[in-house]
Design a binder for this molecule. Sequence first.
Ligand code: SAM
Length: 216
Amino acid sequence: MHKDFYKTGRERLIAQLRSAGISDERVLGAIATIPREKFVPDAIKSRAYEDTALPIGNHQTISQPYTVAFMTSALNIKPGDSVLEIGTGSGYQAATLIMLGAKVFTVERHWELYNSAKKTLDELGLSAQSRFGDGTIGWSEFAPYDAIIVTAGAPELPQSLLLQLAIGGRMIIPVGDERSQTLKYVVRKDDREFDAFDMQEFRFVPLIGKEGWTVG
Ligand code: SAM
């Protein structure tokens, strides 16, 4: 595929995100820079700039760009923020966070996806700490985090993740049943208290693990 094909696609995608209500210029700037075609399988690279989720293997998906933009904007990432992502998938969401200057820690439970995302990020010169394993229990070694983003649908708020938030830290996580989830925005007020707000409805693949869904 010619380079200009992707460039035009990226420009069209940015226009679509703007008309869908995404207004955070830093997030739009990151999405305008990241080559999404590098994060999708060869066979569907021509579809990389459709505003849609796409299959990445292991029955998983790279999230829809609108979803990435919405969640990233809501987290209001500042350069230097320490951010834990659960569900690395293709690595695209991690790349977006890195472009905003975050120190990114990302966890994936599928070995193939863990490896290919790590390789893609390395090839693009984007630096993240990646871990293979169950992200529902977080990554205590590097806690507390200024922000946590969960990119798979949980049955409820995982306690371990709440406890790995810094005071004043925020978490965005889809919670619901397997068909649809409400995006929840949680802020840690102090040691014991959390505020939680409901945002939009989305549909994610399930968060599977100790504090998520059990494998079916
Ligand atoms: N953020 C990804 C991206 O940018 O491509 C999209 C994520 S995809 C919608 C959800 C991912 O969460 C899948 O790759 C899935 O394997 C992963 N996942 C599900 N449960 C998990 C868990 N307990 N720990 C880590 N990853 C998990």
